[in-house]
Design a protein around this ligand. Structure first.
Ligand code: TXA
Ligand code: MG
Length: 323
């Protein structure tokens, strides 16, 4: 079983650094979700990530940087990319940028593309990367296709017997993955809604963020673009007004569903109707509802503005038909 070490223990940093130096994958808390991190320049280390997650190898990974200077060594910034990095890093915005020919993010982390996804995370993850001195490739620390982890225990539930070390910093502040934007010179395309609202990116950029037509795939099949992702075991119904008997209900904003008294369990993403709080609670409530073992999960409508876009995106994938 993986060791779970609290980040408050000063010995944790050394344990993490020595595991990373020997090419292991380590679960690391970030402000969005827990990541499964490994040296982005070391092919054997990156392979450990794919193996532990059971993730298809054609899905490229985000390379996490300590700061803009480290990022510049690996990818090329247009003026617009500079502006976004200055406004949102450290933070939950991932930029897809052209590779710097001088950089050494390994092909296994970029899936052989000529671009790389990069972000500077907040807090402990950033401290760890700075101490390590090289970028860390890190997808979410869950089995491929499952709900992303927002606590060390979530990571242990999925990967506890597949990895050696989990760093524990309690619940993630944001709770959904980063927003991913591709920057082509002065044009922006949304690849995945996430922890930074698109409205906030547009306000800084001064241009609108383009969206892909539904069902249109670029060169990359992002896991976030696979129809079924974040899949609970239970069936999931969305935009529900009336609960069926014995369903587990997830509501929003303290609004009761019709028929709720016959539900198996009732939880609320944010009784106060706060989308940030709802994002932070989303994955842990989905897991709780899944474990509650009712007849399925019924989810009330969630507003679509701000972080609601990311929440609705994840809910749609949780409800998508499975193979
Ligand atoms: O919040 C997050 O983003 C978390 C934490 C750990 O940082 N990480 C995360 O990584 O969600 P992951 O691997 O689950 O999602 C990375 C996404 C994938 O959908 C992948 O296809 C896309 O980024 N991606 C990576 N490189 C890309 C590239 N060069 N072009 C387009 N998409 C890319
Ligand atoms: Mg993921």
């Amino acid at each position: 079983m993986a060791r779970i070490l609290p980040i408050s223990d000063p010995k944790t940093l050394d344990a993490a650094l020595s595991a990373l130096q020997s090419g292991e994958a380590v679960a690391v808390p970030t402000e969005t979700v827990y990541g499964l991190a490994a040296d982005a320049t070391n092919p054997a280390a990156i392979t450990r990530i794919y193996e532990a997650k059971g993730r298809p190898r054609f899905n490229p990974l985000i390379s996490h940087m300590a700061d803009l200077e480290m990022a510049r060594a690996h990818v090329l910034f247009s003026p617009l990319a500079e502006k976004l990095a200055a406004a949102f890093w450290p933070g939950a915005l991932t930029l897809v940028l052209p590779l710097n020919p001088e950089g050494d993010i390994h092909d296994l982390a970029t899936a052989g593309l000529t671009t790389a996804a990069v972000r500077v995370p907040e807090g402990y993850a950033r401290t760890l990367i700075a101490a390590f001195g090289r970028p860390l490739a890190a997808p979410s620390a869950n089995l491929s296709g499952r709900i992303s982890p927002t606590s060390a225990q979530h990571v242990a539930d999925d990967l506890g017997d597949r990895i050696g070390l989990i760093l524990d910093n309690g619940a993630c502040r944001i709770g959904v993955e980063s927003t991913i934007v591709a920057v082509n010179d002065e044009q922006l395309t949304l690849l995945r809604p996430g922890g930074v609202a698109v409205e906030d990116i547009e306000a800084v950029a001064g241009v609108s963020v383009g969206r892909r037509a539904p069902g249109q795939h670029g060169a990359v099949m992002a896991p976030g673009m696979l129809a079924s992702h974040y899949a609970p075991q239970s069936t999931v119904r969305l935009n529900v007004q009336m609960a069926e008997p014995d369903e587990s209900v997830i509501r929003f904003g303290g609004q009761a569903l019709a028929n709720e008294e016959q539900a198996h369990a009732v939880m609320d993403l944010s009784p106060a109707g706060d989308l940030r709080e709802a994002a932070a609670n989303l994955f842990s409530l989905l897991k709780r509802a899944d474990k509650a073992g009712g007849r399925g999960i019924a989810i009330a409508p969630v507003p679509t503005h701000g972080l609601g876009e990311a929440i609705n995106d994840r809910l749609a994938r949780a409800a998508a038909p499975r193979d």
